[in-house]
Design a protein around this ligand. Sequence first.
Ligand code: SAM
Length: 235
Amino acid sequence: MNHEKLSKRLENVALHIPKGSILADIGSDHAYLPCYAVSNGLCDRAIAGEVVEGPYQSALKQVKGTGLEDLIEVRKGDGLEVLKPDEATCVTIAGMGGTLIASILENGKEKLGKVERLILQPNVGALNVRNWLIDNGWELIDEDILEEDGKIYEILIAKKGDPLQPYHENKQVGLMFGPFLLKKFSDTFIKKWQHEKAHFERIIEQLDASGRSGLETKRKEMEVQISFIEEVLKR
Ligand code: SAM
């Protein structure tokens, strides 16, 4: 497959695969990521895992079409269950919600024995992923944020290590914004949090307009989020 075909988002995920890895791409859909990684020498071999029949067939077709059947195995199954213990050295899970990514990792922990690198790209809910990493002894070593087709994506990269290492300054703020993203403070990061702030403000307006009682806790929650964002953005 050629370079142009991979989205900027998946290209960025691929950038973090350590050379020589045995890659497991879970929720691989068309298997674009493993095909790209193998054909560009970013990893030695790959497994594309997919739980749904349609995307599983697309992955098989893509791997066959690129002539990579000897190096990429497409397996059908739920999350990390497609892996043998100690098989993969790098796991990518991209393009899903953070809650689903965390539950895939949680349900398949025993398959992570040889895994040296996790590269996770939650579409939303990165906080859930950061929490799972902390609870399970994985240390964030980098984060990226990028915009493509009007959407903003975060990429979290982790290795086994000291999970609290990146959170020394302020754990709560680090969990919400991403400790590395906070430090990098890119234009895309600023844009993301300006959008989030506007989103919380709209929710408050809707709560107020509804005239219903008992919404004070929800309103307070939104206000707290907004003040965190304002604090971070005024830096
Ligand atoms: N990873 C690709 C990407 O980032 O472009 C595809 C993302 S696609 C939106 C999510 C894929 O994950 C779908 O093909 C879906 O069937 C698959 N998926 C969802 N839950 C899964 C699970 N528990 N195990 C394996 N695949 C799963």
